[in-house]
Design a protein around this ligand. Structure first.
Ligand SMILES: [Zn+2]
Length: 247
């Protein structure tokens, strides 16, 4: 089979044998892949920094027939994110990006827009003021890409508009907002303030509202909780990095 070249974000590495590494990569063109990099940990390896966690590299993957691992034959660093070295909070946010890409996407299922979103998010994680919003925006981009973005203006069950009223029922396990008729009997339903729903919508939308919108700490915490509940439901567990996010 022919070799595949792609830009890739390194999302996980595991040392194997004496000098080799198995790298999980979120590539722009092929989606998530895993490959064996032979001799990657030798002092003078061909991979020289190309498999550093949370770096973007230009990689070549040689698909293997049958059940053996694909082979990584090249990985050359293309972009590093200096804020991740300087700032522990930024680094943990970066780990969270990696966890979402690893655990929310399937192997060989390309999502180039998500790759681009991850790259832009990682570039800007050093900005402590906007970091929580950027992380939320990335979570919502993941949910949209995998087809699990919660509905915010319609009932997730019957499609009736849910845009009236000061608050609205929200089912993280049932696909979004719920009208009063559909709410009874649904599991894990929370009541969200209208401004929380509007903030989620702003964070999920293009344009600059996500950046400029007034959001008090308590608003942001409510958004964090609502989006986090959806992510946890999709993962089937709480994200591993959460205790370190300070969210
Ligand atoms: Zn309904």
């Amino acid at each position: 089979m022919p070799a595949n070249r792609s830009l890739a974000l390194v999302v996980r590495t595991v040392d194997v044998f004496e000098t080799s590494t198995v790298a999980t990569l979120f590539t722009r063109e092929m989606g998530k892949v895993a490959g064996l990099a032979k001799g990657a940990r030798r002092l003078k390896s061909a991979f020289q920094g190309g498999l550093d966690l949370l770096g973007v590299s230009d990689i070549v993957l040689l698909p293997k027939a049958s059940e053996s691992l694909d082979l990584l034959t090249e990985a050359a660093p293309v972009e590093r994110f200096p804020c991740l070295r300087r700032d522990l909070a930024a680094l943990y946010a970066g780990y969270y990006i990696a966890e979402l890409l690893t655990d929310l996407t399937d192997y060989h299922d390309p999502h180039p827009r998500l790759f681009d979103a991850a790259r832009i998010t990682l570039r800007h994680l050093g900005d402590a003021g906007l970091r929580p919003r950027r992380v939320l925006r990335f979570e919502l981009a993941c949910l949209r890409e995998i087809g699990l973005m919660p509905t915010l203006d319609r009932c997730s069950q019957c499609g009736e508009p849910t845009t009236g009223g000061e608050s609205v029922a929200f089912g993280p396990a049932t696909g979004g907002t719920l009208c009063p008729a559909c709410r009874p009997g649904q599991p894990h339903v929370a009541t969200l303030a209208r401004r929380t729903v509007d903030s989620v919508r702003a964070l999920a939308s293009p344009g600059d509202e996500w950046r400029n919108r007034e959001m008090a700490g308590s608003d942001l915490a409510s958004v964090r909780q609502a989006v986090g509940a959806v992510v946890s439901h999709v993962l089937g567990r709480r994200p591993r990095v959460w205790p370190y996010l300070g969210a």
